[in-house]
Ligand binder design. Structure first.
Ligand code: UD1
Length: 419
């Protein structure tokens, strides 16, 4: 049993480097199925979800070669479709990308139900809608999703009812080698969508419009291998920015793309933080008590839902009453119970958390109920008086590369304990 132990109250100072983006790395790893050539991926974060995804490919017959701490070579020449291990697939949400990748490579897909964080129902009806528009049928058999295209896939105009990240990626994966022009209207615009499209284009795909809500995919005969560097993780960066704001001091968050951080930066400035940007670094400082704020999470370029719990932890000690309204997931409030154990005053009304700022949180034993909830508890623990012990650290390790070591490098009193 692992736990993170934090003795709170230290201000943070210095430099912290952000790793590659988990939510870009995962679809790109699965996208490598679309080519029989070797792909070399760099700036991969060393997190459990990435390692699990690589294990899934290996168990399907791919060769995965570790070339360095953040670099792997993937060769899917001998990979067989329809045989992904259900136990691994059920441990992460990103395994749904196997549907689009297998469909694109083999013309059919068979994949067990995916897992990941529990934010209420996480349907895949929009993925299904995209596949069906392209001539596939989607059924459930033996506890797996089965996608088949008896007469082969054809190009299509896909309109997504929701700008879903997962559905947008899956349609792009399925369509790369389908003759003609496939379009996705109301596509997700997140930076990781652009990264996946850039990777696929490096492999010879012809995708344009990624980053806007209208994506065009012109089918090519086949894809080839490439070397690709994953973009920095905007949520990891945002988490460290919030940690700096919560504890005071001055922190340089390095290896970021400031453009991706605009909503987080704007909110921190609104609350009273100093935020300075240079090419690939953001400096966050705080000298007085922060003021509360109101936040609504939404699809990119809206405020990221994956920064919701960390901001709740920050607002818990800001002056006045704040609100966070969750606009993406139906239930993202499981962290509230844990923050309450630390004396946060939070009430949830429907999709809105009302947070009454208290001067100081107090340390407590708490549980990382999901990935970003775990990050929020770290933020809270760093600013709290006393000791916070966070259980279920595995949840945090799914998406944060070396978070304990990185924060210790800023002067935090934080350690990983194993019992
Ligand atoms: C991805 C991210 C997750 C992030 C989320 C939103 C990965 C592995 N996970 O999740 O960290 O919080 O984007 O930025 O990249 N929906 C439907 N039908 C569908 C698909 C989605 O109703 O077919 C709904 C979902 O329930 C949710 C919303 O659309 O309410 C957004 O989901 P989506 O963008 O698909 O998120 P994920 O890809 O699951």
């Amino acid at each position: 049993m692992k736990s993170i132990i934090i003795r709170g109250g230290r201000t943070l100072h210095g430099d912290i480097a952000v790793s590659g983006m988990k939510n870009a790395a995962l679809p790109i790893i699965f996208a490598s199925i679309l080519t029989k050539d070797r792909c070399v991926l760099d700036n991969l974060p060393d997190v459990t979800d990435v390692n699990l995804s690589l294990n899934i490919l290996e168990s399907m017959g791919a060769t995965v070669e570790r070339l360095g701490k953040t670099t792997v070579a993937i060769d899917t020449k001998d990979l067989a479709g329809g045989c992904s291990p259900v136990d691994l697939v059920s441990r992460l949400r990103a395994s749904t990308y196997l549907l689009g990748a297998e469909l694109g490579r083999f013309g059919s897909a068979k994949v067990g139900f995916s897992g990941g964080c529990d934010f209420g129902v996480r349907p895949i009806d929009q993925h299904k809608k995209g596949f069906e528009a392209m001539g596939a049928t989607v059924t459930i058999e033996d506890g797996c999703h089965l996608v088949r295209s008896a007469r082969g896939l054809h190009s299509a105009s896909v309109y997504l009812d929701i700008a879903s990240v997962g559905a947008t990626v899956n349609v792009m994966l399925a369509a790369c080698t389908v003759p003609g022009r496939t379009t996705i209207d109301n596509a997700a615009r997140e930076p990781h969508i652009v990264d996946v499209a850039n990777f696929l284009n490096m492999c010879g795909a012809r995708i344009s419009g990624a980053g806007t809500s209208f994506i065009k995919i012109f089918g090519v005969d086949s894809l080839h291998g490439c070397s690709y560097t994953i973009i920095p993780d905007m949520i990891e960066a945002g988490t460290y920015m919030v940690a700096a704001a919560a504890t005071g001091g001055m922190v340089n968050v390095k290896n970021v793309i400031p453009k991706h951080m605009e909503t987080v930066t704007a909110k921190l400035i609104e609350m009273g933080c100093g935020v300075d940007e240079s090419d690939d670094c953001i400096t966050v400082s705080r000298s007085t008590r922060l003021t509360g704020a109101n936040i609504k999470t939404y699809f990119y370029p809206g405020f990221p839902t994956d920064m919701h719990p960390q901001f709740a932890a920050l607002l818990a000690t800001a002056e006045g009453t704040s609100t966070i309204t969750e606009g993406v997931f139906e239930n993202r409030f499981r962290y509230v119970e844990e923050l309450r154990k630390m004396n946060a005053v939070i009430n949830v009304y429907g999709r809105t958390a009302s947070i009454v700022g208290t001067k100081q949180l107090t340390g407590s034993p708490v549980i990382a109920v999901d990935l970003r909830a775990g990050a929020a508890l770290i933020v809270a623990g760093l600013s709290a008086r006393g000791v916070t012990e966070i259980a279920k650290v595995e949840t945090i390790e799914r998406g944060y590369d070396s978070i304990v070591d990185k924060l210790r490098g800023l002067g935090a009193d934080i350690e990983l304990a194993e019992k």
